[in-house]
Design a protein around this ligand. Structure first.
Ligand SMILES: [Zn+2]
Length: 303
Protein backbone atom coordinates (compact mmCIF):
# COMPACT_ATOMS: atom_id res chain seq x y z
CA UNK A 1 0.00 0.00 0.00
CA UNK A 2 1.10 3.54 -0.81
CA UNK A 3 2.34 5.55 2.18
CA UNK A 4 0.54 8.87 2.64
CA UNK A 5 0.83 11.95 4.82
CA UNK A 6 -0.86 15.35 5.06
CA UNK A 7 0.24 17.99 2.51
CA UNK A 8 0.13 20.84 5.03
CA UNK A 9 -0.61 21.10 8.76
CA UNK A 10 -4.22 20.43 9.85
CA UNK A 11 -5.51 21.91 13.12
CA UNK A 12 -8.48 21.16 15.37
CA UNK A 13 -9.23 22.95 18.66
CA UNK A 14 -11.85 22.37 21.32
CA UNK A 15 -12.84 21.06 24.73
CA UNK A 16 -11.57 17.68 26.01
CA UNK A 17 -13.89 14.95 27.31
CA UNK A 18 -12.16 13.67 30.46
CA UNK A 19 -9.84 16.49 31.54
CA UNK A 20 -12.35 19.27 30.67
CA UNK A 21 -9.81 21.75 29.30
CA UNK A 22 -9.39 23.57 25.97
CA UNK A 23 -6.90 21.76 23.78
CA UNK A 24 -5.52 21.97 20.27
CA UNK A 25 -4.03 19.41 17.93
CA UNK A 26 -1.94 19.99 14.81
CA UNK A 27 -1.43 17.11 12.37
CA UNK A 28 1.85 17.72 10.54
CA UNK A 29 3.43 16.06 7.49
CA UNK A 30 6.01 13.34 8.25
CA UNK A 31 8.62 11.48 6.23
CA UNK A 32 7.96 7.93 5.08
CA UNK A 33 8.77 5.45 7.81
CA UNK A 34 7.87 7.84 10.65
CA UNK A 35 4.52 6.11 11.16
CA UNK A 36 2.04 8.01 13.33
CA UNK A 37 3.65 9.69 16.33
CA UNK A 38 2.11 11.96 18.95
CA UNK A 39 3.96 14.68 20.83
CA UNK A 40 3.08 17.02 23.71
CA UNK A 41 3.82 20.59 22.57
CA UNK A 42 3.01 21.91 26.07
CA UNK A 43 5.84 19.72 27.50
CA UNK A 44 8.39 20.88 24.93
CA UNK A 45 7.52 18.28 22.29
CA UNK A 46 10.87 16.48 22.81
CA UNK A 47 9.52 12.96 23.21
CA UNK A 48 7.70 11.22 20.38
CA UNK A 49 4.91 8.90 21.53
CA UNK A 50 4.52 6.21 18.83
CA UNK A 51 0.92 5.29 17.96
CA UNK A 52 1.70 1.72 18.93
CA UNK A 53 -0.18 -0.71 21.14
CA UNK A 54 3.11 -1.20 23.03
CA UNK A 55 2.52 2.27 24.49
CA UNK A 56 -1.12 1.82 25.54
CA UNK A 57 -1.72 2.18 29.27
CA UNK A 58 -4.96 0.85 30.80
CA UNK A 59 -7.67 3.47 31.35
CA UNK A 60 -11.45 3.17 31.32
CA UNK A 61 -13.54 4.36 28.37
CA UNK A 62 -10.68 5.77 26.31
CA UNK A 63 -7.30 4.99 24.76
CA UNK A 64 -4.21 6.48 26.40
CA UNK A 65 -0.62 6.29 25.08
CA UNK A 66 2.45 6.95 27.23
CA UNK A 67 6.24 6.71 27.16
CA UNK A 68 8.58 6.86 30.13
CA UNK A 69 11.45 9.33 29.94
CA UNK A 70 14.27 8.12 32.19
CA UNK A 71 16.86 10.77 31.37
CA UNK A 72 17.18 12.82 34.58
CA UNK A 73 18.25 15.93 32.67
CA UNK A 74 15.23 15.79 30.31
CA UNK A 75 12.77 18.66 30.63
CA UNK A 76 9.89 16.19 30.39
CA UNK A 77 11.31 13.47 32.69
CA UNK A 78 8.67 11.03 33.87
CA UNK A 79 5.68 9.74 32.00
CA UNK A 80 4.67 11.65 28.86
CA UNK A 81 1.15 10.67 27.89
CA UNK A 82 -1.69 11.64 25.62
CA UNK A 83 -5.33 10.69 26.24
CA UNK A 84 -8.32 9.90 24.01
CA UNK A 85 -6.36 9.18 20.83
CA UNK A 86 -8.86 6.69 19.34
CA UNK A 87 -10.94 9.10 17.24
CA UNK A 88 -8.01 10.85 15.55
CA UNK A 89 -6.36 7.44 15.00
CA UNK A 90 -9.59 6.29 13.35
CA UNK A 91 -9.63 9.40 11.10
CA UNK A 92 -6.00 8.81 10.04
CA UNK A 93 -6.56 5.08 9.36
CA UNK A 94 -9.88 5.77 7.59
CA UNK A 95 -8.18 8.27 5.26
CA UNK A 96 -5.23 5.94 4.60
CA UNK A 97 -2.64 8.19 6.26
CA UNK A 98 0.39 6.11 7.30
CA UNK A 99 2.78 8.84 8.42
CA UNK A 100 2.10 12.01 10.45
CA UNK A 101 3.24 13.90 13.52
CA UNK A 102 0.29 14.68 15.79
CA UNK A 103 1.19 17.57 18.09
CA UNK A 104 -1.14 18.08 21.06
CA UNK A 105 -0.85 21.14 23.34
CA UNK A 106 -2.33 19.48 26.43
CA UNK A 107 -2.93 16.10 28.10
CA UNK A 108 -5.85 15.08 25.90
CA UNK A 109 -7.12 15.36 22.32
CA UNK A 110 -10.16 17.66 21.86
CA UNK A 111 -13.39 15.63 21.78
CA UNK A 112 -14.89 18.01 19.18
CA UNK A 113 -18.46 16.79 18.50
CA UNK A 114 -17.66 13.28 19.76
CA UNK A 115 -17.06 11.94 16.26
CA UNK A 116 -14.03 11.80 13.92
CA UNK A 117 -15.59 14.20 11.40
CA UNK A 118 -13.82 17.41 12.57
CA UNK A 119 -10.45 15.62 12.22
CA UNK A 120 -11.40 14.27 8.77
CA UNK A 121 -12.55 17.70 7.57
CA UNK A 122 -9.35 19.39 8.79
CA UNK A 123 -7.15 16.72 7.16
CA UNK A 124 -9.05 16.83 3.85
CA UNK A 125 -8.83 20.65 3.84
CA UNK A 126 -5.06 20.46 4.51
CA UNK A 127 -4.64 17.92 1.69
CA UNK A 128 -3.33 14.36 1.57
CA UNK A 129 -0.28 13.39 -0.47
CA UNK A 130 1.52 10.21 -1.49
CA UNK A 131 5.01 9.80 -0.06
CA UNK A 132 7.36 9.28 -3.01
CA UNK A 133 8.82 5.78 -3.13
CA UNK A 134 7.00 4.89 0.04
CA UNK A 135 5.19 1.57 0.06
CA UNK A 136 4.13 -0.21 3.22
CA UNK A 137 3.46 -3.92 3.78
CA UNK A 138 0.08 -4.42 5.49
CA UNK A 139 -0.41 -6.77 8.46
CA UNK A 140 -2.44 -9.55 6.79
CA UNK A 141 -4.66 -11.76 8.98
CA UNK A 142 -3.94 -15.30 7.75
CA UNK A 143 -5.56 -17.38 10.49
CA UNK A 144 -8.41 -16.84 12.96
CA UNK A 145 -7.72 -15.18 16.33
CA UNK A 146 -10.43 -15.11 19.02
CA UNK A 147 -10.26 -13.09 22.24
CA UNK A 148 -12.94 -13.38 24.92
CA UNK A 149 -13.48 -10.85 27.72
CA UNK A 150 -11.96 -12.17 31.00
CA UNK A 151 -15.45 -11.77 32.59
CA UNK A 152 -16.91 -14.21 30.06
CA UNK A 153 -18.18 -14.33 26.51
CA UNK A 154 -21.39 -12.41 27.38
CA UNK A 155 -19.21 -9.42 28.38
CA UNK A 156 -17.42 -9.24 25.04
CA UNK A 157 -15.70 -11.14 22.25
CA UNK A 158 -13.61 -10.14 19.24
CA UNK A 159 -12.58 -12.37 16.33
CA UNK A 160 -10.09 -11.74 13.51
CA UNK A 161 -10.21 -13.82 10.32
CA UNK A 162 -8.76 -13.72 6.81
CA UNK A 163 -10.94 -11.55 4.58
CA UNK A 164 -10.93 -9.24 1.60
CA UNK A 165 -7.28 -8.85 0.61
CA UNK A 166 -7.65 -5.19 -0.31
CA UNK A 167 -9.17 -3.83 2.87
CA UNK A 168 -10.09 -4.19 6.53
CA UNK A 169 -13.69 -5.30 7.11
CA UNK A 170 -15.11 -4.37 10.52
CA UNK A 171 -18.38 -5.69 11.95
CA UNK A 172 -19.77 -4.62 15.32
CA UNK A 173 -22.72 -6.27 17.07
CA UNK A 174 -24.14 -3.98 19.76
CA UNK A 175 -26.62 -5.56 22.17
CA UNK A 176 -27.12 -4.11 25.66
CA UNK A 177 -30.10 -6.39 26.38
CA UNK A 178 -33.86 -5.93 26.09
CA UNK A 179 -34.04 -3.42 28.97
CA UNK A 180 -31.50 -1.05 27.37
CA UNK A 181 -32.64 2.29 25.88
CA UNK A 182 -30.95 1.51 22.58
CA UNK A 183 -32.01 -1.41 20.39
CA UNK A 184 -29.65 -4.20 19.34
CA UNK A 185 -27.87 -3.15 16.13
CA UNK A 186 -25.04 -4.21 13.83
CA UNK A 187 -22.75 -1.98 11.77
CA UNK A 188 -20.39 -3.16 9.03
CA UNK A 189 -17.74 -1.19 7.19
CA UNK A 190 -14.90 -2.05 4.81
CA UNK A 191 -11.93 0.31 5.07
CA UNK A 192 -10.23 0.34 1.65
CA UNK A 193 -7.25 2.50 0.63
CA UNK A 194 -8.21 5.50 -1.47
CA UNK A 195 -11.95 5.20 -0.75
CA UNK A 196 -13.85 8.18 0.65
CA UNK A 197 -16.54 5.95 2.21
CA UNK A 198 -15.10 6.42 5.73
CA UNK A 199 -15.78 10.19 5.74
CA UNK A 200 -19.47 9.66 4.93
CA UNK A 201 -20.34 6.39 6.68
CA UNK A 202 -18.21 6.20 9.84
CA UNK A 203 -16.52 9.52 10.70
CA UNK A 204 -19.77 11.37 11.61
CA UNK A 205 -20.87 8.73 14.20
CA UNK A 206 -20.56 10.27 17.68
CA UNK A 207 -19.55 8.78 20.99
CA UNK A 208 -22.56 8.09 23.20
CA UNK A 209 -23.64 7.05 26.66
CA UNK A 210 -26.91 5.92 28.13
CA UNK A 211 -28.70 8.31 30.49
CA UNK A 212 -27.85 5.98 33.43
CA UNK A 213 -24.15 5.99 32.48
CA UNK A 214 -24.13 9.78 31.97
CA UNK A 215 -25.70 10.32 35.41
CA UNK A 216 -23.18 7.94 37.03
CA UNK A 217 -20.28 9.73 35.30
CA UNK A 218 -21.55 13.12 36.51
CA UNK A 219 -21.64 11.79 40.09
CA UNK A 220 -17.97 10.86 39.64
CA UNK A 221 -17.32 14.45 38.52
CA UNK A 222 -16.90 13.57 34.85
CA UNK A 223 -18.49 15.22 31.79
CA UNK A 224 -20.07 18.00 33.94
CA UNK A 225 -18.71 20.58 31.48
CA UNK A 226 -20.67 19.12 28.57
CA UNK A 227 -24.38 19.58 27.85
CA UNK A 228 -26.65 16.96 26.24
CA UNK A 229 -26.48 18.85 22.95
CA UNK A 230 -22.68 18.47 22.99
CA UNK A 231 -22.74 14.78 23.87
CA UNK A 232 -25.03 12.02 22.60
CA UNK A 233 -26.93 10.78 25.67
CA UNK A 234 -29.53 8.08 25.03
CA UNK A 235 -32.56 7.94 27.33
CA UNK A 236 -35.67 5.70 27.27
CA UNK A 237 -37.18 7.83 24.46
CA UNK A 238 -33.99 8.07 22.39
CA UNK A 239 -31.34 10.85 22.29
CA UNK A 240 -31.80 13.54 24.98
CA UNK A 241 -32.03 17.07 23.44
CA UNK A 242 -30.38 15.61 20.36
CA UNK A 243 -31.04 13.48 17.26
CA UNK A 244 -29.28 10.47 15.73
CA UNK A 245 -27.14 11.14 12.63
CA UNK A 246 -27.75 7.50 11.59
CA UNK A 247 -30.38 5.10 12.96
CA UNK A 248 -27.47 2.82 13.95
CA UNK A 249 -25.13 5.63 15.04
CA UNK A 250 -23.98 3.88 18.27
CA UNK A 251 -22.87 0.71 16.40
CA UNK A 252 -21.17 2.86 13.75
CA UNK A 253 -19.30 4.71 16.51
CA UNK A 254 -18.11 1.35 17.86
CA UNK A 255 -16.74 0.61 14.36
CA UNK A 256 -15.03 4.04 14.43
CA UNK A 257 -13.41 3.16 17.79
CA UNK A 258 -12.39 -0.32 16.55
CA UNK A 259 -10.64 1.15 13.50
CA UNK A 260 -8.75 3.66 15.68
CA UNK A 261 -7.77 1.16 18.37
CA UNK A 262 -6.80 -1.62 15.94
CA UNK A 263 -4.66 0.86 13.97
CA UNK A 264 -2.34 0.80 17.01
CA UNK A 265 -1.23 -2.71 15.88
CA UNK A 266 0.97 -1.16 13.20
CA UNK A 267 0.36 2.57 13.62
CA UNK A 268 3.78 3.23 15.13
CA UNK A 269 5.32 2.21 11.81
CA UNK A 270 2.36 3.06 9.58
CA UNK A 271 1.24 -0.50 8.70
CA UNK A 272 -2.50 -0.99 8.00
CA UNK A 273 -4.41 -4.27 8.64
CA UNK A 274 -5.99 -6.55 6.02
CA UNK A 275 -8.74 -9.04 6.95
CA UNK A 276 -12.07 -9.20 8.76
CA UNK A 277 -12.62 -8.33 12.44
CA UNK A 278 -15.96 -8.95 14.14
CA UNK A 279 -16.78 -7.77 17.67
CA UNK A 280 -19.62 -8.45 20.08
CA UNK A 281 -19.93 -5.83 22.87
CA UNK A 282 -16.20 -5.25 22.77
CA UNK A 283 -14.73 -2.02 24.17
CA UNK A 284 -11.27 -0.46 24.17
CA UNK A 285 -9.66 -3.20 26.32
CA UNK A 286 -10.57 -6.04 23.93
CA UNK A 287 -9.68 -3.88 20.90
CA UNK A 288 -6.22 -3.31 22.44
CA UNK A 289 -5.82 -7.04 23.18
CA UNK A 290 -6.57 -7.78 19.51
CA UNK A 291 -4.20 -5.01 18.34
CA UNK A 292 -1.47 -6.62 20.49
CA UNK A 293 -2.04 -10.05 18.88
CA UNK A 294 -2.04 -8.52 15.39
CA UNK A 295 1.20 -6.66 16.13
CA UNK A 296 2.86 -9.90 17.31
CA UNK A 297 1.52 -11.79 14.29
CA UNK A 298 2.69 -9.06 11.90
CA UNK A 299 6.14 -8.92 13.48
CA UNK A 300 5.77 -5.20 14.07
CA UNK A 301 8.96 -3.90 15.62
CA UNK A 302 8.67 -2.46 19.10
CA UNK A 303 8.24 1.28 18.82
ZN1 LIG B 1 -15.20 6.60 20.75
Amino acid sequence: MQRRTVSTAAEVRGITLFTGVQSGVIIKPADRGNGITFSRADMGGHTPIPASVDHVIPETRRTVLAVNVNDASAADKGSVSVQTVEHIMSALAGLGITDAIVEVDGPELPIADGSALPFVEAIVAAGIMNLGGGVVEPIVIREPIEIIDPRGVAAGRIVAEPGDATGLELIYHLDYGSAAPLPAQTARFVSTPGSDAYAAAVAPARTFSTLDEAQAMRKMGLFGHLTATEMLVIGPDGPVENAYRFSDEPARHKVLDMLGDLALAGGGVGRPIRGRITAWRSGHALNHAMARRLAEMGGVSRG
